[in-house]
Design a protein around this ligand. Structure first.
Ligand SMILES: *[C@@H]1O[C@H](CO)[C@@H](O)[C@H](O)[C@H]1NC(C)=O
Ligand SMILES: *[C@@H]1O[C@H](CO)[C@@H](O)[C@H](O)[C@H]1NC(C)=O
Ligand SMILES: *[C@@H]1O[C@H](CO)[C@@H](O)[C@H](O)[C@H]1NC(C)=O
Length: 787
């Protein structure tokens, strides 16, 4: 073929490959050349999509011999060059039109037939696709990636997308699939043939054991139950898996990789339970790996606090590691990546990167640094390492795939320059690896079999796998589960910091917060958190759980696991006038009615007993059962009722100061109700005085504080803390603490149910002289309905 033709065709922007293919196909070459002729092109078409539409025009008209039809073809190429025809679908429709109209073809009819002006914008495409997904959500989720063919067909039929560019529709579908389903995983593997097990359980014993398995266990069912066995994650080369299994012996290896830049919150308790728990359940191991690649945000106190919380939750890391342990190895792999022509040093500004990624609406383009030679990039990377560049001047980026719909494939940054001293490596490094570069490589170094994380990392799975494969190293399997989110509170570090700074709460462990240090201080037992997480189970969808549901789970746990004690938050002395001054009766109370394991204890009953202010009213009414003048009420576990005879008030405040009553030990009265009490008896060291009872209520008024139009601070509950400064508690408190709370256990381990009041524990600020109690939860869902 002549160079003249190939020069002509080059005007249409054909790649070398396409050009050589076209030159082998006489008809196509002729058609392409004719199109160039007809359009009078003299310089190459700059716009890629225009060029490719002209190419497709040539290709779909190459077999036409009717000269009248061919004479109409320039109408189409004109419309393409005028950017009226914008998609290959329109080109096809236009060709169909000229084929039927032949010599009668005209521009207006052609435009009508080709849907000019009716193309869908990327936004419309995305909206149509989203609507289709929403309508068909169930079947898409059920069929997952197997649904693609029917999905494509269904979406193509949507009238709103008749003229949309198929590639754009495909991109939108791919992006949506990724968002809805996450990357492909085991469920998307072609089905394996399962051999029928002829020895399936038929006996009663086997059936019973099946039944037993049905008790919820988050590790045996759902997301975690479906995970692959060690060795089941596919590698590019089988040798990688052989070496891996040899190193681990085929056990489950997981990791919990917090960034040491803040306190963990309730959401992390699920991550801890999942990672440590899954390894434990399978007799494997779990690393605690501090992901300390951001020296600017890390602080020593967070390292300590994280380990304390993990220990408190009952887990023990197999080993504590640091991403920074691997800085040298990571750097070496950075060089290796460049040597493999899969990395480069980029000098674009953040703004340029943004724009090259197409985030301002233009097409995605590679920057000039991407195509530099391996030697040049290596040299620049070393210069970065050696401190030649200031922060922001240079980054090392991975050479991924700009055509991929997944933004995590758009040449992520692997290394950046930071002028910061690292708490473990000091000033040795001027450059630090990013999360995207570090995380998967450290997982690989530690031979992780299951890299479990939450679904916001869905899109990262592709870059995770890309990097391991690019470096030809063992590739752990990243799998994503739904996050645990508690509503009615906030988790954002920045916002909690604001609450602390402006003194809405006392500190990061203020019991009204949902950091784990706060939850611990509030008295929630670690077992209750684990059983809550287990109860919810692990799936791939995020769970937004109302605070009330968390509290009711905690309440249920405490109900089964705490002693009962009589606590009077707001006491009024009641004098039993008919008893002698030295009257003492020792009454035996079980710590837990109906359960013998905690045993019983003695409380004194004397002439002066304290009752709670909320249990007395000056005027009686028919629907009211507690104390009022003239009324008989039972005291818990005391043989006879008491009847109020009079009361006195502080004239200044109007508050009741004392009640007089009689002990009705001459007749059996069946009271409508019993109330708790604590007697005065110095010989028994009764009552035990409580310097402060802190009754915590919700910190926010609504379930979604962040959506308050005036900001989350406007949603703060002005009554989130009730303080009682004169409370008393029975002597069983000291007795129980001595007998049952292990020395060295945190103060919050002294937990109990204050009969008729709520669940409480000792606060960390309590001392020998000054007892401070925190309310963990109320006794019932809604404490305001208390009679
Ligand atoms: C991980 O496995 C490799 C072999 O694939 C082995 O050389 C290495 O020592 C193992 N590392 C750890 C931390 O187990
Ligand atoms: C790094 O930071 C230190 C102290 O903040 C400053 O003195 C120094 O000039 C900085 N170096 C560079 C290269 O920016
Ligand atoms: C978690 O719940 C809050 C409401 O308190 C909500 O604003 C937020 O979007 C939820 N997060 C997720 C991941 O669902």
């Amino acid at each position: 073929m002549s160079t003249e033709i190939s020069e002509k065709l080059a005007l249409l922007g054909l790649t070398d490959q396409k050009l050589s293919d076209a030159l082998k196909n006489k008809k196509l070459a002729a058609a392409l050349s004719a199109v160039v002729q007809e359009t009078g092109l003299s310089s190459p078409v700059q716009d890629k999509s225009t060029a490719s539409l002209l190419q497709s025009l040539a290709s779909s008209t190459k077999d036409i011999s009717d000269s009248a039809v061919l004479a109409a073809r320039p109408l189409i190429s004109e419309a393409i060059l005028a950017r009226k025809i914008k998609t290959s679908v329109q080109v096809d429709a236009a060709v169909t039109y000229i084929k039927s109209a032949g010599g009668e073809s005209d521009t207006a009819d052609l435009e009508e037939a080709a849907g000019v002006g009716k193309e869908a914008t990327p936004e419309q495409i995305s909206n149509e696709v989203t609507a289709y997904f929403n309508e068909n959500e169930e079947s898409i989720k059920a069929n997952r990636y197997k649904a693609i063919p029917s999905l494509m067909a269904g979406i193509k039929r949507l009238p709103g997308l008749k003229w949309a560019a198929p590639a754009e529709v495909k991109t939108a579908i791919d992006a949506k699939l990724l968002e809805v389903l996450g990357p492909k995983d085991e469920r998307d593997a072609p089905p394996k043939k399962v051999k029928k097990d002829k020895s399936a359980p038929t006996t009663a014993v086997a059936a019973a054991s099946e039944e037993h398995k049905k008790a919820r266990n988050m590790f045996a069912e759902g997301f975690l139950g479906d995970l692959h066995k060690p060795g089941g994650n596919v590698q590019t080369r089988p040798e990688l898996m052989e070496q891996h299994l040899k190193a681990t012996g085929g056990i489950v290896v997981t990791r919990f990789p917090p960034e040491p830049n803040g306190y963990l919150h309730i959401g992390h308790s699920k991550a801890i339970a999942v990672n440590f728990g899954y390894a434990k359940y399978h007799n494997g191991i779990c690393y605690l790996r501090y992901d300390d690649t951001n020296p600017e945000a890390e602080e020593e106190r967070y390292f300590t606090a994280i380990l304390e919380i993990i220990t408190w939750l009952g887990f023990k890391p197999y080993k504590i590691t640091y991403s920074s342990d691997h800085f040298q190895e990571l750097y070496d792999l950075g060089e290796e990546l460049i040597r493999r022509d899969k990395g480069y040093v980029c000098f674009c500004t953040a703004e340029e990167v943004h724009s090259n990624r197409g985030l301002h609406g233009g097409p995605r383009t590679a920057c000039s640094h991407r195509s530099k030679s391996v030697e040049q990039s290596l040299e620049e990377f070393r210069a970065m390492r050696d401190g030649k560049y200031k922060p922001g001047e240079a980054t090392m980026r991975m050479k991924m795939d700009l055509e991929d719909p997944n933004p995590q494939m758009w040449d992520l940054v692997a290394y950046r320059v930071l002028n910061a001293s690292h708490h473990r490596t000091g000033d040795k490094w001027k450059i630090y690896p990013t999360y995207d570069f570090t995380h998967c490589l450290c997982d690989s170094f530690e031979n992780i079999s299951h890299s479990l994380c939450t679904t916001e990392f869905y899109l990262s799975r592709q870059s995770y796998e890309w990097l391991c494969d690019a470096l030809d190293i063992y590739k752990p399997a990243q799998r994503e589960y739904g996050r645990l989110n508690i509503t009615g509170t906030i988790m954002s570090k920045r916002k909690i910091a604001r609450l602390v700074k402006d003194k809405y709460v006392s500190d990061w462990d203020d019991p009204r917060l949902f950091t784990l240090v706060a939850i611990r201080r509030r008295g929630v037992p670690p077992e209750a958190i684990l059983s809550f997480v287990n109860e919810l189970g692990v799936t791939t969808t995020n769970s937004n759980i109302q605070v009330g549901r968390f509290e009711s789970s905690v309440r249920k746990y405490l109900e089964d696991n705490t002693p009962r004690l009589m606590l009077i938050p707001d006491p009024i002395p009641m004098i039993l006038e008919n008893l002698p001054d030295d009257f003492v009766e020792e009454i035996s109370l079980p710590y837990k009615p109906g359960s013998t394991e905690l045993g019983e204890h003695i409380v004194p009953f004397t002439k002066t007993v304290y009752i709670d202010r909320s249990d007395f009213r000056e005027t009686d009414s028919a629907d009211y059962f507690r104390l009022a003048p003239g009324k008989s009420v039972g005291l818990l576990k005391v043989p006879y009722t008491v009847r109020v005879t009079s009361f006195s008030k502080d004239p200044a405040t109007g508050k009741i100061t004392e009640i007089k009553a009689v002990y009705e030990n001459d007749k059996k009265v069946k009271p409508k109700t019993y109330i708790q009490w604590v007697a005065l008896s110095p010989d028994h060291s009764s009552p035990v005085k409580v310097a402060e009872v802190r009754s915590f209520n919700r910190l926010f008024l609504s379930e979604n504080p962040e959506s308050n139009p005036d900001g989350f601070l406007a949603d703060i509950n002005p009554n989130s803390l009730d303080l009682y400064k004169n409370a008393v508690i029975e002597v069983g408190f000291d007795d129980f603490k001595k007998k049952f709370v292990k020395p060295g256990a945190g103060p919050e381990s002294m937990r109990f149910q204050g009969l008729r009041v709520g669940y409480f524990c000792m606060d960390r600020e309590a001392t020998e002289e000054s007892l401070i109690l925190n309310r963990i939860v109320t006794l019932r869902e809604d404490s305001s309905k208390d009679n």
